[in-house]
Design a protein around this ligand. Structure first.
Ligand code: NI
Length: 162
């Protein structure tokens, strides 16, 4: 595994639509393991492939330590309810903002073995999944956020960060 450079806001890579993964190859698995290591190196809870410059529809989410989801070709099938929470992003360092997201989602994705699975998520899990899924379509949380502010000030408010 290797830590890769994280692309930051302002780079056009983050604004492009990612392509479908046609086959889960060893190269895809290696990329995902590198993404996990990169995410851990920056204490993130999610990372999407374009954030390491790979334009494929895949992301990793770890909404709580040790509970890791490898999502390839994810598709949100259903969503309902709304919630607001404070989000940050490894590609937008130093800032957080308040984003409206669905309270619950049903999402389908392939895992590292190429098996398609369907998941139900709610609360913070749903926030992380939606945030990462947006990256695959070139959308950043700052496009949707209100009250974007300095992350250090937000920590003083005792809010959660992605
Ligand atoms: Ni992000």
């Amino acid at each position: 595994m290797a830590i890769r450079n994280v692309v930051t806001e302002g780079d056009e890579i983050l604004r492009k639509k990612c392509r479908v993964v046609t086959e889960v190859t060893d190269r895809i698995r290696e990329t995902m393991e590198d993404m996990l290591e990169t995410m851990h190196s920056q204490a993130g809870v999610g990372i999407a492939a374009p954030q390491v410059g790979v334009m494929r529809r895949m992301f990793i989410a770890e909404p709580e330590p040790g509970r890791v989801y490898y999502m390839i070709n994810p598709e949100i099938l259903e969503q309902d309810g709304t919630q607001f929470s404070s989000e940050g992003c490894l590609s937008v360092p130093g800032l957080v903002g308040d984003v409206e997201r669905p309270e619950r989602i049903k999402i389908k994705a392939m895992d590292l073995d190429g098996e398609v699975k369907t998941y139900d998520f709610e609360g913070f899990d749903a926030v992380v999944m939606c945030h990462e899924n947006d990256h695959l379509d070139g959308i950043l949380y700052i496009d949707k956020a209100k009250n974007i502010r300095d992350a250090e000030a937000a920590i003083d408010e005792d809010e959660e960060e992605i």
